[in-house]
Design a protein around this ligand. Structure first.
Ligand code: DX5
Ligand code: ZN
Length: 215
């Protein structure tokens, strides 16, 4: 069994209430929210007003993935939106340790995200402080991209590093996840699968989530 974090990026924002109702009735363990600033990634998505709306529409944990430069500036605002997990990119933080402490002090779980080209070994000194690590299996910025196979090797390396350092961090993977890549990621050691396009383009999103959760 894996946990599933459906990405709202592929939802229909004109029918947010309907899509949230589906997610509430689904096997999703949490809801993944992709915030993009047009600087760290070449795309802009949504921000605090949408996260606040989503908070009012679900009791499931909110897994907020910030694809923005210097995310430490917004810890308080993300917490005030009702986020449960704050994901920041290692590549976007000059003082990552400080940001992680600020996230925890604000009452949220701290997660660090790695781009496809960032080695897992850079987490060695911070892993003991983390609740979760997010391995990007596409270059961040867009939904429905092709899964990068090398990500599986990174998940395996991360699993070994977590064991070696006695860290409690969960492993999440994000980008190009479907039943095939999700199975491979779970076998490599991923605990949580993020899925956007696969879920929301499925004839039955609720069955697509159930299929991933059963891996
Ligand atoms: C990509 C985002 C992902 C995205 C995943 O920048 O971080 O969360 O929504 O979408 P799929 O599952 O369609 O690759
Ligand atoms: Zn994401």
């Amino acid at each position: 069994m894996t946990q599933v974090s459906p990405s709202l990026l592929s939802a229909d924002f004109g029918h947010l209430h309907r899509d949230m109702q589906m997610l509430n009735e689904s096997a999703a363990s949490m809801i993944h929210l992709d915030v993009m600033d047009g600087v760290f990634v070449p795309n802009i998505s949504f921000g605090f007003p949408i996260i606040k709306c989503v908070r009012q529409l679900t009791d499931k944990p909110l897994d907020v993935h910030l694809m923005i430069t210097d995310p430490g500036r917004y810890v308080r605002q993300v917490a005030d939106c009702g986020a449960d997990i704050m994901n920041v990119h290692l590549e976007a933080c000059t003082h990552l340790h400080r940001v992680v402490q600020q996230i925890k002090d604000a009452g949220m779980k701290a997660a660090v995200t790695l781009n496809p080209s960032t080695p897992v070994s850079l987490l060695t000194d911070i892993l003991g402080d983390l609740d979760m690590v997010l391995i990007m299996s596409v270059n961040p910025g867009f939904a429905a991209q092709k899964f990068i196979e090398h990500s599986l090797q990174k998940v395996k390396e991360l699993r070994a590093l977590i064991t070696a350092t006695d860290s409690k961090a969960l492993i999440e993977i994000d980008g190009g996840i479907n039943l095939t890549t999700g199975r491979a990621a779970a076998d490599a050691g991923a605990d949580i699968l993020v899925a956007g396009n696969y879920v929301f383009s499925a004839p039955s999103p609720i069955e697509a989530i159930a299929g991933l959760a059963a891996l």
